[in-house]
Design a protein around this ligand. Structure first.
Ligand SMILES: C[S@@+](CC[C@H](N)C(=O)[O-])C[C@H]1O[C@@H](n2cnc3c(N)ncnc32)[C@H](O)[C@@H]1O
Length: 332
């Protein structure tokens, strides 16, 4: 399978932000989002719910590991993911930004979909919501393993080139960089404009060892570890959700959950800006989104006897038993 023809431009990104400036644009032309909805990108509410759930579950279970994003564009999904970075976690993002692509098909993809992208615009957006930038690797995703150790990550988002050869290599690299409990989110696994992503995704499942957990309209979520505990927890959570519809399916013997927002579903809490223009952060986010919270730093992982019990319980017991045990201990 080759990817020789130019990839048609992606559908327009969401958000009403001003067009980002080209590299070298003056400071006052950089984006100044005053709410998360202002950040241009392709990161929709169902996936915001799912990212939040996967990352919060890892936090609850005390699962260690860093965060990784391949393909950040203007930072929409990175800003959201970075809100769940815990003290001591490293968050690495890799994007070409305004650097040249290496092969002709990737260069065409960049011109068609991301012509106005610049690293400075990404940074301006990110710093509107966070005190510090993530570790930025500006370059091809093919170099990412020089920057991120194997088995070091708990969550990785693959959303860079949408050409088969690149996505296949990104999946292989992420498979090496994720810890066994790690989750990968793969963008555009079923979109008409990029059939190569579908091919690479299902190849990794059917020929490789990638295990599906769930799919949304835009992203596929999986793990190279045991998918059963996380899938069971997700089903339990979804059954109490007003905003998300779900069903169980099986693909070639791989069970998975299909998730969709219900009509009129609320957006999940979104990162709030650090400096809202002429208003408090809370009121600046209230116009089109539901009440949001400041991207709170999660509480540090528990230390001492409770932390030790939690670590052993997470390794050995089913999640439902772990939760009951931990809450009984907390009550005492
Ligand atoms: C679909 S956008 C990412 C969208 C983003 N995650 C969001 O939430 O809006 C894809 C990004 O991948 C980058 N990209 C494309 N090919 C790449 C490659 N081979 N290596 C690194 N980055 C690449 C583009 O510069 C672009 O910013």
């Amino acid at each position: 399978m080759t990817a020789t023809s130019a990839t048609p431009a992606q559908p327009s990104p969401s958000a009403a932000a001003t067009t980002p400036p080209a590299a070298g644009a003056p400071e006052d032309a950089l984006p100044r989002p005053t709410r998360f909805a202002d950040v241009k990108g392709w990161f929709f509410p169902a996936d915001q719910h799912l990212f939040a759930w996967f990352l919060d579950r890892q936090e609850r279970l005390g699962e260690p590991g860093d965060l990784l994003e391949l393909g950040s564009y203007l930072g929409k999904s990175a800003i959201f993911t970075g809100a769940r970075q815990r003290p001591g976690d490293r968050f690495t993002v890799c994007d070409l930004f305004d650097a040249p692509a290496e092969d002709a098909a990737n260069a065409r993809e960049m011109r068609a979909s991301y012509a106005t992208l610049s690293r400075r615009s990404f940074e301006a957006n990110y710093l509107a919501f966070h005190d510090a930038l993530p570790t930025v690797v500006q370059g091809l995703t093919s170099v990412i393993r020089d920057h991120v150790p194997d088995a070091s990550c708990r969550f990785a988002h693959i959303d860079a080139s949408h050409l088969y050869e690149h996505v296949r290599a990104d999946i292989e690299a992420v498979g090496a960089m994720l810890a066994p409990h790690g989750i990968v989110a793969l963008d555009d696994y079923r979109s008409e404009h990029c059939p190569g992503v579908a091919a690479a995704t299902w190849e990794a499942v059917l020929v490789g060892r990638l295990q599906p957990v769930c799919v949304s309209g835009n992203k596929f979520y999986g793990t190279w570890g045991d998918p059963r505990p996380v899938r069971a927890d997700l089903l339990e959570w979804l059954s109490g959700q007003q905003d998300l519809w779900f069903e169980e399916q099986s693909v070639a013997g791989h069970p998975l959950i299909r998730v969709k927002p219900r009509k009129g579903a609320a957006e999940p809490p979104q990162p709030a800006p650090r400096h809202a223009a002429g208003a408090s952060a809370a009121s600046a986010t209230s116009t089109s989104a539901p009440p949001t919270r400041r991207a709170a730093r999660p509480a540090p992982r528990p230390r001492g006897p409770l932390g030790a019990v939690r670590r052993v319980a997470v390794d050995l017991l089913p999640p439902i038993v772990t939760r009951a045990l931990l809450s009984a201990l907390r009550r005492r």
